[in-house]
Design a binder for this molecule. Structure first.
Ligand code: GDP
Length: 312
């Protein structure tokens, strides 16, 4: 079994590649829920939706999130009523949030709702939220502590970041299957996702770092930082403000207590020696996933390096 730790868009691309070569029943995806938020009375789980829409073949490939060819009529009407509409929610996408919220209100856990959504969208891979409990990633800025979505989407990640707050972390238990799927895996893949607000949140859940250190699985990560910069998103800014070196090496250090293998981009080959000084095997390849072939090639590379599947 292969278990992956995932954020949103960066992770979804690698998982799409993996799903082309790994039988669905052998792939488990543990997803960040620190970005979850409430809009218009609905529970939104942005990263879970990116992963489910990707595996269901529904995702808007251009944006990397939302449903392809979606319309925004409901949001326009909400705007006419004077509601905040900076968080873009398409009409078909809203159906997911309504369905999720209805189930949560009738007492189902987020992991149960996610299982239901996967079944209805005919997704055979196992997708698990990192926790069923309240967990909200918040950012300390000059204007106060704001929700990550407000920092990223509403304000466009322009604020100086003084710190990250994992609100609710003390009470957040791993969702059913999180610990077991790491313990029982042959390979654990840390996707190329924001190391602080997508992977860092999963690692902050009680017991997760420990089981990553204890499991016999090979633990392999793909760097989200290529040549000292991001492909998209605010990871580089956030790392810089928090005094973390903005490089593949900086990311490797964040995972060094449990990681066996680190996959970096070819342009970061000069960092191999430094990463290996951390006790991690470092390998390089082209890690930029622009096309479907790139996704499959990188997924194959990761699995080959982890020696699960023989080279094609
Ligand atoms: P988000 O929640 O939608 O921002 O997505 P993630 O947290 O999953 O991923 C964001 C991170 O993924 C950023 O740091 C990007 O640099 C990285 N990323 C996105 N696409 C790629 C890619 O094709 N290759 C690599 N190596 N990293 C990527």
């Amino acid at each position: 079994m292969i278990t992956t730790l995932a954020g949103g868009v960066g992770a979804a691309k690698l998982i799409d590649g993996l799903s082309s070569i790994v039988p669905p029943e052998e792939l488990t995806i543990i997803v960040n829920t620190g970005d979850d938020c409430e809009f218009h009375g609905l529970h939104i789980s942005p990263d879970l939706d990116i992963i489910t829409y990707t595996l269901a073949g529904l995702v808007d490939e251009e944006k990397g999130w939302g449903i392809k060819n979606d319309t925004f009529n409901c949001l326009e009407m909400l705007e006419a009523y004077g509601h905040d509409t900076w968080f873009r929610l398409g009409d078909r996408d809203l159906a997911t949030h309504i369905h999720r919220t209805m189930m949560l209100r009738s007492g189902y856990k987020l992991s149960e709702v996610t299982k239901d959504i996967c079944a209805k969208l005919r997704i055979k891979q196992r997708i698990i939220p990192m926790t069923d409990d309240y967990f909200a990633t918040k950012i300390k800025t000059d204007t106060g502590i704001i929700h990550f979505q407000e920092y990223l989407v509403k304000r466009g990640a322009v604020d100086v970041v003084h710190g990250i707050v994992y609100d609710g972390v003390e009470g957040a238990k791993p969702a059913p299957g999180v610990i077991e799927s790491i313990m029982d895996a042959k390979v654990v893949i840390v996707c190329p996702s924001n190391p602080l607000v997508s992977i860092g949140t999963i690692l902050a859940i009680k017991g997760v770092r420990q089981v990553l250190r204890e499991t016999k699985a090979k633990k392999i990560a793909v760097s989200p930082i290529i040549g000292g910069t991001v492909v998209k998103g605010p990871a580089d800014k956030m790392m810089r403000y928090l005094g973390i070196e903005v490089s593949a090496l900086g990311v490797a250090k964040l995972y060094s207590d449990f990681l066996d293998i680190f996959v970096m981009d070819e342009v970061d080959a000069p960092l191999v020696h430094e990463v290996e000084k951390l006790g991690i095997k470092a390998v390089v390849t082209n890690t930029l996933m622009k096309t479907k072939d790139d996704r499959i090639r990188l997924a194959k590379f990761v699995l080959d390096v982890a020696s699960v599947y023989k080279k094609a």
